[in-house]
Unconditional design. Structure first.
Length: 592
């Protein structure tokens, strides 16, 4: 964040520069009252009154102009902050969310909004005005040292109240914000699974869990607000008492002929200006804490991003990949547990591979490594000999197609989703839809390719969402396509269209990886990779792997048959060895 601050420093420097003149001009009314009481009322000079009044009005006009310029300057600063941070924060959050085993950072776009509101609001004016409080106190000392001591004592006491306010509210407010962020993520997860929650009667459980979070947030915020409210009341009482006290001391000095009535009035006004920023700081303390917390979270987010970029190295501008995919002894460990170990294979451009294995074998995890979403703990995944994780994903993305198990579509039109939310190229969109055999189906939609699909594709069936997701993966003629359970929601017609698209991809020289449990889909791939417990069990040409699997199955069946025959022979031998006339023993239980 310090690097970003350097870009905005010019705004803050000019804001501080204008604040210097603004705070100097804040003394206008005090000086005006001092001159009125000490010169005009004693001399009965109308020209002096007129001259002082005109000078005061001009000064106040300049003051208003400078305050307007400073306000507009800081608004521009807030806009610059939003423009500089929002996109990078969103990119960093999405990148971190995709990494395996990464601790979730609490930074969000709301933190950018907090900083923007801080710089465009009144809270930052406190930071500009507080440094000039000693100037006001010094002006009071010039009127009379005793008045200066009274004003200084009031400023010290209000500052102590401000520090106490921070001390008693910081911890509960920080804890409340942490719990509130967690509660927001919990509600978002419940909203994403609203159909499951509603259909399975989980609304009560979700509501109770959220109510617990909300009660905790309310309790912490109430504690902080109660203490802060008490300190604010005491601070306000102190400020008013100081006004009374300075008038009393000033009147006593007038009676002692140690000061004039103008000095008494001016001292009171100047003290109000001196204590004003401190009082405003108490009122703006919550927004200051929010801005400080947002700054720290964003700084941590960008620090982690910088460390990741340093580990990845300098992003290179590489030519478009042809599709040579290789995993070189790839392993992935998360939390000390290996999800994948020593995966090694190679696919040449135009080859297709079926990725099979039982549930939990690591198939989807391997897909994420092949896509460069997750970094390998050891080994490398290479695309055209380049480390796929080190490749700039914004440049690599157009050359890769991916269909996840859970197809997520975005609010917008069918064409916008197929075009990956980028600029819609009609020819490429229609070509991708035709390859997925989706063109005719889309034309039957109410507005064709411009049909709005609703949030998450809620207006589509599961099969339609999956086929649009397939078209999105095929968009732009990528050289590597990875499909994770692409037929999970497809009917027979959809499966035939899916298989037909593979032949077109092979003709185009595209490398294809398909995760599936259906043998009918595996009949159309060149190679098979079998995973088991995160390890590579078999890899090779389809027919050879199928032959080994059949042999292994036959061997298992033969071993089971031999065990059953041996068990039956033992039972018969035991029956023959039983004494005549004796009660027959029950047969031994068999495991089926």
């Amino acid at each position: 964040m310090r690097d970003f601050l350097k870009k905005w420093r010019i705004y803050i420097v000019y804001g501080f520069f204008f604040s210097m003149f603004i705070n100097a001009l804040q003394l206008t009314f005090s000086v005006y009252m001092l001159q009125i009481y000490d010169r005009v009322l004693s001399s009965y000079s109308v020209p002096t009154l007129l001259a002082l009044t005109i000078a005061a009005l001009l000064s106040l006009g300049v003051l208003a102009s400078l305050e307007f310029v400073r306000s507009r300057l800081l608004v521009r600063c807030a806009v610059a902050i939003d423009q500089a941070l929002s996109r990078d924060v969103l990119t960093s959050i999405l990148g971190q969310a995709a990494l395996a085993g990464s601790a979730p950072n609490q930074a969000s776009l709301r933190d950018v909004n907090s900083l923007r509101n801080f710089f465009s609001g009144t809270a930052i004016f406190v930071l500009f005005d507080i440094p000039w409080t000693p100037l006001f106190l010094a002006a009071i000392y010039l009127l009379h040292p005793l008045l200066g001591l009274v004003a200084t004592g009031g400023a010290v006491l209000i500052t102590i109240f401000a520090l106490l306010n921070e001390r008693v509210t910081h911890k509960p407010m920080t804890a409340a914000n942490t719990v509130a962020n967690f509660a927001n993520r919990f509600v978002e997860a419940a909203r994403s699974n609203a159909r499951t929650v509603q259909s399975m009667g989980m609304v009560g459980g979700v509501s109770a869990r959220w109510q617990g979070f909300n009660d905790t947030v309310t309790k912490l915020q109430t504690q902080a607000s109660r203490k802060a409210g008490l300190l604010n009341v005491l601070s306000s009482w102190l400020k008013q008492s100081m006004q009374v006290l300075i008038y009393g001391v000033g009147a006593w000095l007038v009676l002692q002929n140690a000061a004039t009535a103008g000095a008494m009035i001016a001292a009171s006004i100047i003290m109000g200006k001196a204590l004003g920023p401190v009082q405003m700081g108490l009122a703006s303390w919550k927004s200051m804490l929010e801005a400080h917390g947002a700054w720290k979270r964003l700084d941590l987010l960008f620090t982690e991003k910088a460390a990741q970029n340093q580990n990845k190295g300098e992003a290179m501008d590489l030519p478009a990949p042809r599709g040579l995919l290789a995993a070189e002894n790839v392993s992935l460990a998360v939390g000390g547990r290996f999800l994948l170990q020593n995966i090694d294979f190679k696919l040449y451009p135009g080859e297709s591979m079926g990725l099979i294995g039982p549930s939990g074998a690591g198939k989807s995890t391997l897909c994420r490594l092949l896509l460069g979403i997750w970094p390998a703990s050891s080994g490398k995944v290479r695309l055209d000999s380049a480390d796929v994780f080190s490749w700039d994903h914004e440049k690599l993305g157009p050359h890769i197609g991916y269909l996840d198990q859970d197809v997520e579509l975005f609010p917008g039109s069918v064409a916008e989703n197929i075009a990956r939310l980028g600029e819609v190229d009609s020819e490429k969109v229609i070509a991708a839809a035709r390859m997925a055999d989706l063109h005719d189906l889309i034309l039957h939609f109410p507005q064709g390719y411009d049909t709005r699909i609703g949030e998450g594709g809620v207006l589509l069936s599961g099969g339609q969402r999956q086929r649009i997701g397939l078209a999105r993966a095929l968009y732009g003629e990528p050289s590597l396509i990875i499909l994770d359970e692409p037929n999970a929601s497809l009917d027979d017609e959809g499966e035939r269209a899916l298989i037909a698209s593979w032949a077109k991809l092979k003709e185009r020289g595209c490398t294809l990886v398909v995760v599936t449990h259906k043998p009918s889909l595996l009949a159309n791939v060149d190679k098979i990779l079998l995973l088991g417990e995160g390890r590579l069990q078999m890899f090779g040409p389809r027919d050879a792997v199928f032959q080994k699997l059949m042999e292994a199955q036959q061997a298992t069946q033969q071993a089971a048959a031999q065990q059953q025959a041996q068990a039956q022979a033992q039972q018969q031998a035991a029956a023959q060895a039983q004494p005549s006339g004796g009660a027959a023993l029950p047969p031994a239980p068999q495991n089926v």
